[in-house]
Design a protein around this ligand. Structure first.
Ligand code: ZN
Length: 729
């Protein structure tokens, strides 16, 4: 055992897995190995007679980038030969590695995919290249396999975008959705409107920490950047060499603050507001008057020749109608076109862009809000608010790209630990991404035919640099590409084995700052048999090691104390500190009179496990209630003397979560109790001290605010109540 301890994390995982492993991800349709290896010197000699010069060039560049392999044309005695097939499945290919390597392909793209698979199969040892003799037959399941990148909230250089594309190509993604404009920065040169980049590409401040943390503080550095049209062409060509199509997004009518900072005359009020430094949704959007529509069509006129692909994304999401409703010009457009309201005006606005793009031989794509007020005739819908938008669009015979927030938002957390870097919220684990299916279960086969595929979205409010971008994208992007490519999706265990055996070492070799959250053990807390809690360390899913007990902590009958546990997370991972408050109700049973919301029900032990929730809250480690009053009983082992109660709650008004306002606590042995305390508190921790009474049952009733007050997010709704611990001293 001692020796195993010093192996690298990848070697260690290899010992724990036994399934047939495949070096190719996404998993190919067929992978059959035969005995023996094909071995060569460090170079690859290929016969280029059956491939185009462009492809040969792409092969050379990509082999060098990915594995440092030199590719040499050598017709006389090549190691690799190519064969073009006709009448085979779209984008299919096969690789046969025997005494020679033969690649058969149907399209240029499929030949590149075969090449990438071959590079993934290549094992390099001491200047030699070796390949397990095998047969691979493969083709993609979905035609739209994308990653999205927001370069407005944070800017990424041309070299960084190229690196992003190189990594995408290694996992056979074929669509790069480039989110070029938003409230916080306009990132593409438009010659007719130079102020878009002179003014719109720069902001004077950027909000720090999570935007829901109050009071807000700002970094006042001048921040921004943009791509010249020449740079855009360079990136598009670079992507094309890797068989990736670039879909540009020019946001309209909402998320327009950067453009309107440059040209306020295209807003409803005409007032200049500056480029936004805060995240969120803003009322000032493009006015729906003719001048604004023509301005945006001018912008598109310069965009179109830069992007030879079919799709132009026009956003369409999160456009508040506040300004339109108060704007005489917008109201005049509504009247002149016989529209009923501002939602139909949004539909009219998008319809004008659809007609313009269709006329220019392109296809419009937009976020699912473009369904509101009626879908434009040729529009493709990108469904992000769940599957519903996509389902509705497919039912109307429109093409759909699925990217529901639940599975495809890679700006969400991927690990549960407090050490995860700040993210916008949510929880989307590697396993959850692998389980994603772009076609929902209740979709008919006819409607499913309209689902082009899916993509992962990387919004960059909390992704300030390339290292963090790689951390959020990888390895989740590999799981997504597997769900989109592989006809027979592997189990999580098989996927994890291939990932950790072959792809983590590859990512490390390219210095990719990928997340290791999926390797971390899980800390599980359960009720101990004789009152108290048991804390165990379970290995990460996919790793077959046994669980180990870290600590058993009794419900202490004496003084409350904090126990610190150091958790060894494994090789190459930092150890973790866990603080547990040992108190008298540790592991007690809870009888809920008000049930927690299923969305935030992490089990009744959550409030008596001695562990406080991480902040900013990540959904787990708390019990969330969506009712105005919350009642439950804490059942102790036997009557004991209690001096103090501390009820830990959460106050996060931006997330519609408010601390309890009043409380009522009573004690009893049987159920009917004597009052211990009631009162008013706006603190996150309600403390009731100097009790000195004996009891076995503690009745807790907490009352919320009733309704969220005017001026606060979610005004008029019932606030959430979140509890992470009831500490009994
Ligand atoms: Zn207007």
């Amino acid at each position: 055992m001692l020796k195993i301890k010093f192996l690298s994390v990848f070697g260690l995982l290899w010992l724990f897995t036994s399934a047939q492993k495949c070096p190719i991800l996404p998993t190919p349709a067929v992978f059959q190995t035969t005995n023996g290896q094909f071995i060569s010197s460090g170079n690859l000699l290929i016969d280029p007679s059956n491939i185009t010069p462009n492809l040969l060039n792409a092969f050379k560049n990509y082999a060098l980038w990915s594995k440092g392999i030199q590719v040499i044309s050598f017709v006389q005695n090549p190691m690799v030969k190519f064969k073009k097939l006709t009448n085979v499945k779209q984008d299919s290919y096969s690789i046969n590695i025997a005494e020679q390597i033969t690649i058969s392909y149907s399209s240029e793209a499929s030949c590149f995919y075969a090449w990438v698979s071959l590079l993934q199969l290549a094992q390099q040892t001491e200047g030699q290249l070796s390949f397990q003799k095998c047969f691979v037959k493969d083709y993609p399941k979905f035609q739209w396999r994308g990653l999205h990148l927001d370069v407005s909230r944070h800017f990424f250089t041309v070299d960084e975008i190229k690196r992003f594309l190189d990594l995408m190509a290694y996992y056979k993604f074929n669509t790069f959705h480039w989110h070029l404009t938003d409230d916080q920065g306009w990132r593409i040169e438009i010659k007719k409107y130079p102020l878009l980049t002179e003014v719109g590409a720069w902001r004077d401040s950027t909000v720090e920490n999570h935007y829901t943390s109050l009071p807000r503080t700002y970094n006042h550095s001048h921040y921004g950047g943009f791509y010249t049209q020449e740079q855009i062409k360079e990136v598009v060509a670079y992507a094309a060499d890797r068989f990736i199509e670039v879909v540009p997004e020019i946001e309209m009518p909402g998320h327009a603050r950067a453009a309107l900072a440059a040209y306020p005359e295209f807003s409803c009020t005409g007032e200049a507001h500056g480029v936004e430094g805060l995240w969120g949704v803003f009322d000032d959007i493009f006015c729906a008057k003719e001048e604004s529509i023509l301005f945006l069509q001018d912008v598109l006129t310069e965009i179109l020749p830069l992007f030879p692909g079919m799709y132009i994304h026009v956003g369409g999401d999160e456009a508040p109608k506040t300004r339109w409703e108060g704007c005489p010009k917008c109201q005049a457009v509504i009247k002149a076109n016989g529209l009923h309201d501002a939602h139909e005006l949004q539909s009219y606005f998008i319809g004008r862009m659809d007609a313009f793009l269709t006329q220019n031989g392109k296809k419009l794509i937009g976020w699912d809000e473009i369904l509101e007020g009626g879908l434009s005739p040729n529009a493709t819908v990108m469904s992000w608010r769940g599957y519903d938008g996509g389902k509705a669009a497919a039912a109307e015979n429109h093409d759909v790209v699925m990217c529901p927030g639940s599975h495809c938002y890679f700006d969400h957390y991927q690990g549960r630990g407090a050490e995860e870097p700040l993210a916008i919220g949510g929880f989307t684990s590697l396993e959850k991404v692998l389980s994603f299916d772009p076609i929902p279960l209740d979709m008919t086969t006819a409607d499913a035919a309209y689902v082009l595929g899916a993509q992962g979205n990387l919004w960059t409010e909390y992704i300030p640099n390339m290292a963090q971008l790689e951390y959020m994208a990888y390895p989740r992007a590999i799981a997504l590409s597997t769900t989109l490519w592989s006809e027979n999706r592997p189990s999580y265990e098989d996927f994890f084995a291939d990932l950790s055996t072959y792809h983590f070492p590859f990512l490390s070799s390219k210095n990719v700052h990928f997340s290791k959250s999926c390797l971390k053990p899980e800390i599980k807390t359960t009720r101990a048999l004789d009152w108290g809690i048991l804390i165990e360390k379970a290995p990460a899913k996919g790793n077959n090691a046994a669980s180990t007990v870290l600590a058993e902590i009794k419900a202490t009958k004496r003084k409350t104390k904090t126990v610190q546990i150091t958790v060894d997370q494994g090789p190459n991972l930092p150890s973790k500190k866990l603080n547990v408050i040992a108190h008298k109700a540790l592991g007690a049973n809870i009888n809920f009179i008000t049930k927690p919301s299923p969305k935030y029900d992490n089990g009744s032990l959550t409030i008596v496990d001695g562990q406080l929730g991480a902040r900013p809250w990540k959904g787990n480690e708390w019990l969330g209630f969506d009712s105005d009053s919350v009642a439950f009983d804490i059942l102790l082992e036997k009557p004991i003397k209690i001096k103090e109660l501390r009820i830990h709650t959460l106050h996060d008004p931006n997330s519609w979560i408010w601390a309890a306002q009043t409380y009522n606590i009573s004690f009893s042995k049987t159920g009917v109790g004597n009052g211990i305390g009631d009162g008013y508190s706006t603190d996150e921790i309600i403390t009731i001290d100097e009790i000195n009474e004996k009891t076995q049952i503690i009745h807790v009733v907490l009352y919320g605010l009733g309704r969220i007050p005017t001026g606060s997010p979610g005004a008029g709704n019932v606030p959430w109540l979140f509890i992470d611990e009831i500490e009994v001293r």
